[in-house]
Design a protein around this ligand. Structure first.
Ligand SMILES: Nc1ncnc2c1ncn2[C@@H]1O[C@H](COP(=O)(O)OP(=O)(O)O)[C@@H](O)[C@H]1O
Ligand SMILES: C=C(OP(=O)(O)O)C(=O)O
Ligand SMILES: [Ca+2]
Ligand SMILES: [Mn+2]
Length: 643
């Protein structure tokens, strides 16, 4: 038996059809003859062996000095350590390849770098059992896995992978648990208003078992503050999602990957045992900072993983005096940078993806002494009612490689109907950032000139745009007001007024005033201007008024970017004391002042006071805290509504 260039030994079956044609003397007018002697050889020729990509344990070793076997051994050892459990301190035997073995027969004899000969072993004793690992598969390989084995996976007409996240189509913030220990007890934000609910170490370990797909990737484009993360998951869909959302290492970077700084175990299709202490449902998202691990059970909503890592960054970065931000970020051709803060569904992704500006990132950033850097390597856009005309760059990013969650499509044409809410209102597309043509890679940029706070005001009383003083910016940053748009958080069906500190309380690990003080200091130092932009209703609340049209918001934001809005004349509103520009080119003047837009002055005033009351009520929890120096604390308290 001859070994071909993929190192496969060829069985004997000759390619009969080729021989038969020759024998008959029929001239062969095809472009070329097949080099393979057998069908198996032909199939093995189809797949060229790719460049090696293997992480090594501990400190980096030069790839060239190690034999292929040794690299494989070290890599499997590192993954095995990640899979060590409560009962097995030393981790299982791991093997690369598809656990189905037989199911993947077509390639099981090919020494492809991801699919080393996988013996089918069915011994129940855990010490003898092999755990099959599919390591850093490519999108193509993950598509095949998803299409073969995961119900609800389909190819759409543009080449995206349509998937279903199961019963959960949004995050489950009530099911987040954080292991409490001597350190975290003092460090973290616990108690009233905090998203961090305690659990103990033992329960964490019970919830942490199984999985097959392994991804090793990075967070944070700032090279000085890069974090190494490993995902262990049971679904190709989740592996592809993280491949798209995190920073993808080059094969060279992967060689030197070493031990991850943090590991996520996602076994979302398996419920947690709700009779376990600390569990209140069959869903559980557990963070153990001491073990540097996170476990996800009972939800397959992929956003849970990216936002879980975001929580981690909210813990790690402030320790390095770096501010983590729930914001989008883009940069103009002249280098002017804008941040877009906002709760889920308030337009961070939509507004940061601007064809005339460079995209730095759509959702999670770090602000260090040197720069703004994106934490992620991909975007996660809401796609309900997505249209090519209004959001062309997002539309065009939905192609091969993109994970399209919970959308409805035509069974035959595979064309997606973005207006269909049958599965959920929170339909999503996750794509690598380079799918946006004007993404700036590497994703970092200079300090921001403008800090835009996005709110979706369902009451229709906040102006479409107002200029904020630093104290007002801090007041609104800490308040984090919006009307939560249906669907993103499980169980919310109608827009409801919500306050979420720092526009992302669900992801904060430390007290909100810690982040607020850092933001104030940085904005002051770099002379950034704060703006409040309402992308919600204007002139009457949800139901009676109209939603501010996206093209108007774009015009407003362009006027902020260009600096022209800074020079406008302003009037101060009653109650909230917001400064409203008297005009903006291309935006109807009457919508700039909501009281003009709304028919009934009386109703407007009542609604305004109602909202002001909600703001005041919400801010009460923060009045005992110091934010920066004494003077700033006082100014912030005075920057809220007065009535
Ligand atoms: N004026 C507007 N500005 C921004 N988004 C708008 C506006 N009007 C409607 N939308 C829609 O609101 C949603 C905003 O979602 P997205 O940008 O994904 O929010 P986030 O990234 O903050 O979670 C999109 O579906 C977008 O099409
Ligand atoms: C993924 C999420 O983020 P956002 O809606 O802010 O894009 C989410 O909140 O579930
Ligand atoms: Ca977000
Ligand atoms: Mn977003």
């Amino acid at each position: 038996m001859a070994a071909n260039r993929t190192g496969v030994t060829s069985p004997r079956t000759p390619l009969k059809s080729i021989l038969t044609e020759k024998a008959k003397g029929i001239p062969n007018d095809s472009a070329g003859t097949v080099k393979a002697q057998t069908i198996e050889e032909l199939h093995s020729l189809q797949r060229k062996r790719s460049a090696p990509n293997t992480p090594l344990q501990g400190t980096a070793g030069a790839f060239a000095n190690l034999s292929e076997d040794e690299r494989q051994r070290q890599q499997l050892q590192s993954i095995s350590a990640s899979l060590a459990s409560l009962t097995r301190g030393t981790g299982p035997k791991v093997i690369r390849g598809d656990p189905g073995g037989g199911k993947y027969e077509a390639v099981s004899h090919v020494a492809h770098h991801h699919h080393i000969e996988a013996p089918v072993i069915s011994v129940s004793d855990s010490s003898l059992k092999f755990t099959h690992v599919l390591y850093n598969l490519s999108p193509g390989e993950l598509y095949e896995q998803a299409l073969k084995y995961e119900k609800g996976s389909f190819l759409t007409s543009t080449g995206a992978l349509a998937t279903l996240s199961g019963a959960k189509t949004g995050r489950s913030p009530r099911d987040k648990r954080v292991v409490i220990d001597d350190t975290t007890q003092d460090e973290l934000w616990w108690g009233k208003g905090s998203p961090n609910i305690e659990m103990d170490e033992h329960t964490f370990m019970v919830n942490r078992e199984r999985a097959v797909f392994v991804n090793d990737q990075f967070l944070n484009w700032d090279p000085k503050n890069r974090i190494k993360v490993r995902f262990v998951s049971c679904r190709a869909y989740h592996s592809l999602f993280m491949h798209n959302m995190c920073i993808r290492p080059t094969s060279e970077e992967l060689e030197n990957f070493g031990t991850p700084d943090f590991t996520i175990y996602n076994a979302g299709q398996f419920p947690c045992n709700r009779y376990t202490h600390y569990m209140t449902s069959s869903t559980s998202i557990d963070i153990n900072l001491n073990r540097k691990e996170m476990v996800i059970l009972g939800t397959q909503y992929a956003g849970e993983m990216k936002k879980g890592l975001f929580s981690l960054m909210h813990y790690l970065m402030p320790k390095r005096h770096i501010l983590s931000l729930h914001s989008g970020c883009n940069m103009g051709k002249d280098g002017d940078v804008a941040l877009f803060f906002g709760l889920s569904g308030t337009g961070k992704t939509t507004q940061s993806t601007d064809h005339n500006r460079f995209l730095i990132g759509d959702d999670e950033h770090c602000w260090s002494d040197d720069c703004i850097s994106n934490i992620e390597g991909g975007c996660y856009a809401k796609c309900i009612d997505l249209s090519k005309e209004k959001e062309p760059d997002i539309w065009n990013a939905i192609k091969f490689g993109t994970v399209l969650e919970n959308v409805v499509f035509d069974e035959h044409t595979r064309e997606v109907d973005y207006t269909d809410k049958s599965v959920t209102e929170n339909t999503r597309a996750a794509y690598p950032i380079e799918f946006i043509p004007n993404a700036k890679i590497p994703c970092f940029c200079p300090h921001p000139k403008n800090v835009i706070l996005l709110a979706c005001d369902a009451f229709g009383v906040l102006p479409p745009v107002s200029k904020l003083s630093l104290a007002q910016t801090m007041y609104h940053f800490i308040s984090g007001y919006t009307a939560l748009v249906a669907g993103t958080v499980d169980g919310i069906k109608e827009p409801t007024a919500t306050f979420s500190a720092c526009f992302g309380a669900a992801f904060l690990m430390l007290h909100p005033t810690t982040y607020a003080a850092m933001l104030a200091e940085k904005m002051h130092e770099h002379g950034a201007t704060g703006w409040l932009v309402n992308i919600g209703w204007c002139g009457g609340s949800y139901g009676s008024g109209n939603r501010i049209k996206l093209p108007y918001t774009r015009k407003i934001i362009n006027a902020i970017h260009s600096g022209s809005l800074l020079k406008a004349t302003y009037e101060k509103t009653e109650v909230f004391g917001l400064k409203i520009p008297s005009e903006i080119e291309g935006v109807p003047q009457e919508i700039l002042r909501p009281e003009n837009a709304s028919g009934l002055k009386e109703a407007y005033k009542n609604t305004l006071l109602k909202l002001a009351g909600l703001f005041k009520n919400n801010f009460e929890t923060f009045t005992e805290y110091k934010i920066g120096e004494d003077k700033l604390t006082e100014e912030i308290l005075a920057a809220g509504p007065i009535f």
